[in-house]
Design a protein around this ligand. Structure first.
Ligand code: 6PG
Length: 242
C-alpha cells in the first residue's frame, strides 16, 4: 500500500488543493465526453471544500454536466436533518452549483436501512462501470474519524472491508446510529482514493497509518486505497505530527 501525503499550511489550502484536483479531473472527463463519478463523504471536514466549489471561481469552471455525485456513506436520517450528509452537501454546494438533478444520486437515509443499502447497490451496478463485480468510482473522497474509521466502516466492524456486497448497513459504535456505507472492496476499486484530513486530533492516527505502525492495523482507514494500492492524504499541518 502506498500513501502519498500532501501537507498544507492550513485547512483552507488543503481543501483548495482537493478542489483543484476535482476541477482538473472533471475537465479531463469533459474532454473525453465521459462522466466524472465522484463519491463524497460527510462529517465536518468536507464542508469547507464544498463551499469552495460553490464559489464563483470553481462553480463557473467545473463542467457540472459531466460530474455525477454519489455518497460514500449516509446517516439514517431525513435529508433535512442536521446530521444528513446529503443535507450538508446540498446546503454547502449543490443548491449553488449547476449540477443536473439527474447527476445526483443520494443515499436515502430516511428509508429502511437494509432496503436502501440494496437499492443503492443496484443503482451503482446500473450507473457505474464494474471490475471484479464491484462498481468503479473515478474518485472517492474520504475523511478520518477520531477512532480511525472512514466512510462508515468502524473499528468494531472491519468485516465491512471485505464484504461481498458493494453497499452495507453499519452501526455507529457509540451513538448506535444506523448508517449506509460503501464497503471496502467498492472503495478499493476506485481509480483514486483521496483523504482530506485536518486538525491535530487526527495526527496520531495519520502518523500510524503513514508509518504503517502495528497500531494502524486497528484502523479501517489503513486498509483503503485505490485499485493500484495507493491513496492520497491531503493534510493541514495540524494533522501531521511526524
Ligand atoms: C460521516 C463520514 C465519516 C467522516 C469522519 C470524519 O458520515 O461521518 O463520512 O467517515 O468522514 O467521521 O468526520 P469529520 O470530518 O467530522 O472529522
Amino acid at each position: 500500500m502506498k500513501h502519498t501525503t500532501h501537507i498544507y499550511e492550513n485547512a483552507e489550502l488543503s481543501a483548495r488543493a482537493v478542489a483543484d484536483l476535482i476541477l482538473g479531473k472533471a475537465k479531463i472527463k469533459q474532454q473525453q465526453s465521459q462522466f466524472f463519478n465522484l463519491a463524497v463523504s460527510g462529517g465536518a471536514t468536507p464542508k469547507y471544500l464544498f463551499s469552495l466549489l460553490a464559489e464563483e471561481d470553481y462553480r463557473t469552471q467545473i463542467p457540472w454536466e459531466n460530474v455525477r455525485f454519489f455518497w460514500v456513506d449516509e446517516r439514517c436520517v431525513e435529508p433535512t436533518d442536521s446530521e444528513s450528509n446529503f443535507g450538508m452537501t446540498y446546503d454547502a454546494l449543490l443548491q449553488y452549483a449547476f449540477v443536473p438533478a439527474d447527476n445526483i444520486f443520494r443515499m436515502k437515509g430516511e428509508d429502511i436501512p437494509e432496503n436502501e443499502a440494496n437499492r443503492y447497490k443496484d443503482l451503482l451496478r446500473n450507473k457505474l462501470p464494474a471490475k471484479d463485480g464491484f462498481p468503479v468510482f473515478d474518485l472517492v473522497l474520504l475523511g478520518l474519524g477520531d477512532d480511525g474509521h472512514t466512510a462508515s466502516i468502524f473499528p468494531d466492524n472491519l468485516l465491512l472491508l471485505d464484504s461481498e456486497k458493494s453497499v452495507e448497513v453499519a452501526t455507529h459504535p457509540v451513538s448506535g446510529q444506523k448508517r449506509i456505507t460503501l464497503t471496502g472492496r467498492t472503495i478499493n476499486n476506485a481509480c483514486e482514493v483521496v483523504f482530506l484530513i485536518n486538525g491535530n486530533k487526527k495526527a496520531k492516527i495519520v502518523e500510524d497509518i503513514i508509518k504503517k505502525t502495528p497500531a494502524a492495523s486497528a484502523y479501517p482507514a489503513f486498509y483503503v486505497h485505490n485499485a493500484a494500492g495507493e491513496s492520497s492524504f491531503y493534510l493541514d499541518k495540524e494533522a501531521v505530527s511526524f
